[in-house]
Design a protein around this ligand. Structure first.
Ligand SMILES: C[S@@+](CC[C@H](N)C(=O)[O-])C[C@H]1O[C@@H](n2cnc3c(N)ncnc32)[C@H](O)[C@@H]1O
Length: 396
């Protein structure tokens, strides 16, 4: 017999291979904003998902500030049912006994599937079962809920991990990377949360180091670095997390979100060759509110004199002999293999002019390390959407 259970979990979903990074970021945020909360060690659900016992303040903080997660969820119910009927029974029982105040009379909700391919009946039928069980269970409590796929009060998500089905509230109501600052895509923009992962993996120390992206595209890495340094909210006004409209979160998410490290004054340089992409990067930087900290330069990185970077660093009180390059160079959809090898080789030579710095890259091209030269201190598989790439970290 299957048994449905009520759970109470804060769940962070992210890029596979980033559990440590996501946990590190949450500890940093909690340490800064919620001195009285002791964050427990999270449980891992596979390579890109963490769960913590649910705590309202921590969940509110995460959905507002956590930059490396792609979803921030409140796990409500779980079931090991392998077929639709027992899944319905489990969820109906759990929902009939549900006492948490995330729904009230008239609440509208939507249900979306995530990672449900392993369930025998398929995602769409699972969604139907979850909807019916939620409506039926609430009705048993005398509460009328309705489905609104377009503009619901509550975004429910049904997700599978191994043989466990979890129904959660998606607290942001959209992927966390849709922050609201990117008005235009560059040639191959990086997901915002993946850019934040690169900044974390490169161990950027914003108080002491300058960060440079010499092939910055639409500026995502630079923007994420500056935002992270300041602990800025993920969401750019008027965008806000859906949880703001949920009764339990009303107080924790009331009022405008402030930067948690507002006193930090990072220096980030974003350099881009293509004039249109460079113009779009500048707009994105302005939209994200970090124009004061991100310098947008244009041109071929090969002609970018490292002395110019060192001079800016010195002028703004940074050590010019320490810093970090973080970038995701082109992978080759448009360049021929010879040209690409040359570009990686030139990049290696350019970076080595900044002796004492570190350089971190996300690249999905096997030729990169030999063309760039030297040995990376870290090589770690990291997916960029469907592309399997590697994260490389070099000491220059
Ligand atoms: C993969 S994209 C970077 C995407 C970026 N991370 C983003 O999120 O938008 C690589 C970028 O390198 C730029 N690029 C190519 N060759 C360059 C060069 N020699 N100097 C500077 N930028 C260059 C391209 O125009 C492109 O925008």
């Amino acid at each position: 017999m299957n048994e449905g259970t009520t759970t109470n979990l804060l769940r962070l979903i992210g890029v596979p291979g980033t559990n440590k990074v996501m946990a590190g970021e949450l500890s940093r945020l909690v340490g800064r904003a919620l001195g009285h909360v002791r964050l427990p060690v999270p449980a891992k659900e596979g390579l890109g998902a963490l769960t913590y016992p649910f705590d309202l303040e921590t969940a509110a903080l995460a959905v507002r500030y956590h930059r490396t997660a792609s979803r921030v969820l409140w796990g409500l119910f779980q079931s090991r049912a392998a077929r639709l009927e027992p899944l319905y029974d489990d969820l109906l029982a759990a929902m009939s006994a549900e006492v948490r105040p995330w729904f009230r009379e008239g609440t509208t909700f939507s249900v979306s599937p995530a990672n449900t391919r392993s369930f025998a009946a398929g995602g769409r039928q699972m969604v139907g079962v979850v909807k019916n069980a939620v409506i039926g269970g609430a009705a048993r409590q005398g509460v009328r809920l309705t489905v609104d796929p377009e503009n619901p009060d509550v975004f429910l998500e049904v997700r599978m991990h191994e043989d466990v089905v979890t129904v959660s509230v998606d607290l942001a109501g959209r992927p966390m990377n849709q922050r609201g600052y990117r008005e235009e895509a560059g040639t191959a923009p990086l997901r915002e949360n993946l850019a934040a992962v690169l900044v974390m993996l490169a161990r950027y120390d914003a108080r002491r180091e300058v960060l440079v992206d010499p092939l910055a595209g639409s500026g995502t890495i630079a923007i994420e670095a500056a935002c992270m340094a300041q602990g800025r909210p993920v969401w750019v006004v008027p965008r806000e997390p859906a949880a703001r409209r949920l009764a339990p979160f009303a107080e924790a998410l009331a009022g405008p979100a402030r930067a948690l490290f507002a006193d930090a004054r990072p220096l980030v340089v974003a350099n881009e060759l293509d004039p249109r992409t460079h113009a779009s990067a500048r707009r994105n930087v302005a939209n994200a509110g970090v124009g004061e900290f991100v310098e947008s330069w244009s041109g071929d990185f090969r002609r970018l004199d490292p002395r110019r970077i060192r001079e800016r660093a010195t002028k703004l009180g940074f050590n010019p002999d320490r810093g970090v390059i973080v970038s995701n160079p082109p992978y080759g959809e448009r360049l021929d293999p010879g040209e690409l090898g040359e570009l990686y080789g030139d990049l290696g030579r350019w970076c080595r002019q900044l002796r004492g710095w570190r350089a971190a890259f996300l690249v999905a091209n096997a030729e990169f390390p030999s063309a760039f030269g030297g040995r990376p201190r870290i090589k770690k598989p990291l997916k960029n959407g469907p592309l399997l790439g590697y994260f490389y970290l070099y000491d220059l």
